[in-house]
Design a protein around this ligand. Structure first.
Ligand code: GAP
Length: 473
């Protein structure tokens, strides 16, 4: 079956309670989305799977949860105040706002600026060619600390973090010391980030408020190239293990001109988010990136190094974040490999990849969301075959209560059994358990598999273990 487009997922997400447009009763808020009852479960499961894999299943990892609002100087020395901007272009005809780096460069021009000056670039909305020169627009959301306005008192100015990474760098020494870590080791963090994106859109693909899963892996200089290759493969395999078809993933080596100022090398993992697009290259977009950030971050936040005149390059920091290697008696700044993923883009990719359609014997179309059981919002639905039979309903409710401390279970009696199965298939529930008339006699229930629609009779006393085992496999 052809992969669905994002619109199919938007409609499923609203209909079945994964993601709702935010502030909808007030007309919405551009590109803001709320995670609905099933969406919050899915996102939590994605984050839990990442944390388990990244932190618990490794010997060289620590976790962190740093503040969203940090000292403004963090963003000064990280370079975000000066360079975290997108080149903005306006259409003078219809006021449409575009990112210059996302516009197609027409043949025969060396740069988009030159092409705009020669009126060779069309507005993506109205098609006119009267566009402004690109100008930098800083993406950080500004806020103020305390009662003074940031306009009157520059000390009151603060930002909502645009990435979780800097919270890790400024805690690097604390973590290393408190946890007695030696290189190589990593610090992982999951949390919200905010960017005043010029062109948000495509559902939860690009929003102004989003969530990141980032890890900074600290290594000796010289071990950075191998570490980057390791993490590229590990991240690719993580998505594939959790059910994404590897044919819908591909690696993208960022060319020199695209690299961030701090990066030696960056490899993006792309997902086929836009299968409906005519141009093959435009079907793919970034799911996550793995960057070699060199020793830029630890150096820039250090009170050292000094320049040629012995002047400290960072007069505001109180710490030197260099590393002393006991074995070799060397002091140096570790290099950093950073796998940086988006929770929201991961959720979208998992939803798109899980979406399948199947025809019933009667020729009806059924949607089946073949989510990996670890990610499925609900693991089991307990359904009574007859809702007017108190003994059957009672048994089904008791079963749900017995299962719920161990796995996410729901009870549903709001339709005929066919409809109830279809509803659970559409939200990705791996198993349905049906209590019928015979259950009252034989103390057994029917377990139905989402993917094969096969049914199996299981003794109630064995049900929990049966489900746990199948969910694990
Ligand atoms: N610390 C490095 C960093 O933040 P990034 O490529 O800008 O790198 C990492 O962001 C990931 O965060 C992206 O690959 C994407 O999954 C997610 N992300 C970034 N901006 C986003 C946005 N506006 N909306 C949703 N996800 C976003």
């Amino acid at each position: 079956m052809a992969a669905p487009n994002i619109e199919t997922i938007v409609s499923l997400a609203k209909r079945r309670g994964f993601v709702f447009p935010s502030s909808e009763i007030y007309g919405g808020l551009g590109s803001s989305w709320d995670y609905a009852p099933l969406g919050v479960e899915l996102a939590n499961n994605v984050k839990a799977a990442w944390w388990r894999w990244m932190v618990y299943e490794r010997d060289d990892m620590e976790g962190l949860d740093s503040s969203i609002i940090l000292n403004r100087k963090v963003w000064k020395y990280s370079g975000h105040e000066d360079t975290f901007s997108d080149p903005l272009v306006d259409c003078r005809n219809c006021q449409n706002r575009m990112r210059a780096d996302k516009l197609d460069l027409p043949a025969g021009f060396a740069s988009i600026e030159e092409a705009i000056r020669h009126k060779a670039v069309k507005c993506t909305n109205c098609g006119e060619t009267d566009l402004t020169e690109p100008r930098p627009f800083n993406l950080m959301f500004r806020t103020q600390i305390g009662a003074a306005s940031a306009e009157d008192d520059p000390n009151a100015l603060a930002y909502l973090r645009p990435e979780t990474a800097q919270g890790i760098f400024i805690n690097y020494l604390n973590v290393q010391t408190a946890m007695r870590r030696k290189l190589p080791f990593g610090i992982a963090q999951i949390g919200k980030s905010f960017r005043n994106e010029v062109t948000p859109g495509n559902f939860i693909f690009r929003t102004r408020e989003f969530e990141q899963m980032e890890m900074e892996y600290f290594v000796r200089p010289g071990e950075d190239d191998a570490a980057l290759n390791f993490w590229v493969k590990a991240c690719f395999d993580w998505y594939a293990r959790l059910g994404i078809n590897p044919d819908n993933l591909k690696l993208y080596e960022q060319p020199k001109k695209e690299l961030a100022h701090y990066a030696k090398r960056t490899v993006d993992i792309l997902y086929r988010f836009f299968p409906e697009r005519d141009d093959e290259t435009k079907r793919w977009d970034e799911l996550m990136g793995i960057a070699n950030r060199t020793d830029f971050d630890l150096k820039t936040h250090s009170k050292k190094p000094e320049d040629a005149e012995g002047k400290r390059l960072n007069p505001d920091s109180t710490e030197d974040l260099s590393y002393f290697d006991e074995a070799s008696k060397e002091r140096f700044y570790p290099f950093v490999i950073e796998p940086a993923a988006g929770v929201n883009r991961s959720v979208l990719a998992f939803l798109m990849d899980a979406y399948t359609e199947r025809e019933t014997d009667k020729g009806e179309k059924r949607v089946i969301l073949k989510l990996h059981p670890q990610l499925a919002p609900i693991k089991v639905a307990v359904l009574p075959l007859a809702k007017n039979k108190p003994e059957i309903v009672g048994m089904a409710r008791t079963l749900k209560h017995q299962l719920q401390p161990h796995l996410r279970a729901v009870y549903d009696d709001t339709g005929g059994i066919g409809k109830l199965y279809a509803r659970q298939d559409e939200i990705g529930t791996p198993f349905c358990v049906t209590v019928d008339h015979e259950s009252l006699e034989d103390e057994a229930v029917t377990v139905r598999d989402r993917d094969t629609w096969e049914q199996q009779r299981v003794k109630i006393g064995e049900l929990r273990n049966h489900l746990m085992k199948r969910l694990k496999n």
